[in-house]
Design a protein around this ligand. Sequence first.
Ligand SMILES: [Fe+2]
Ligand SMILES: [Fe+2]
Length: 249
Amino acid sequence: MTTPKTPVAGTASDSENPTAANPAAADFAAAYPVRPVPATGPVDTTPIATTPAALEELDGLWQAVVHETRTRGNDIHLPISLAFAERLCRAYPDADAELVRVATLLHDTGWAHVDESRILSEGFAGDWRKAAIRYEHEKQGCDVARRVLPGLGYTAEFIERVCGIIDGHDTRPVARSLEDALMRDADRLWRFDQAGIALASTWFKMDPATYTDRLAAEIVPELITQAAHDMATADLNRSTALLKTAVIR
Ligand SMILES: [Fe+2]
Ligand SMILES: [Fe+2]
């Protein structure tokens, strides 16, 4: 009944036990022992284009990071991820939605401040989650958050909570809070939409059929919440039908 369906400690490739080594992650795992984490609010599995992120209060933040959106498809990836983040927050009303939204909007802005030539060569090849450039984009993303958020009225304490999620969002194998988990799931969910498949399959140098096979085999099991599982599965079914991946392979 409470047996985790996916490893609470994170990906199967983790040789150590990162949850035990991380007290916050251990607390989160203890607080949410059922995996994927069941939703307590409504789960919307319709195409994400039907519920864009519409909160005008984040427009000032978007305007502050326009430069950062012009790298690595962030002007596509970040708005779609934010829309998924807001949807996930409705499914998990216990989460601090403002924290999830701001962390998701900013999480990859650091890509604009690393050596762009290394993004595809290192960030999407080989053991890409452990590439040095991945750590660099997380650190740079925190710098962006600390630069733009104070002028928009966010408190120092809130900004450090945002940075606590951005720092390690790709490289730390475990989530440390529900908000951290929702940002991670939102970051993955955009890949299941046609726009995400179109962009990310080229980054990984895969055709759509190969890429969507990989989404099903590798990314779905990484999703932490049941709502994200449901959204991913619905999107994957729609996208593979639309793109005829059963035939074009
Ligand atoms: Fe990232
Ligand atoms: Fe991302």
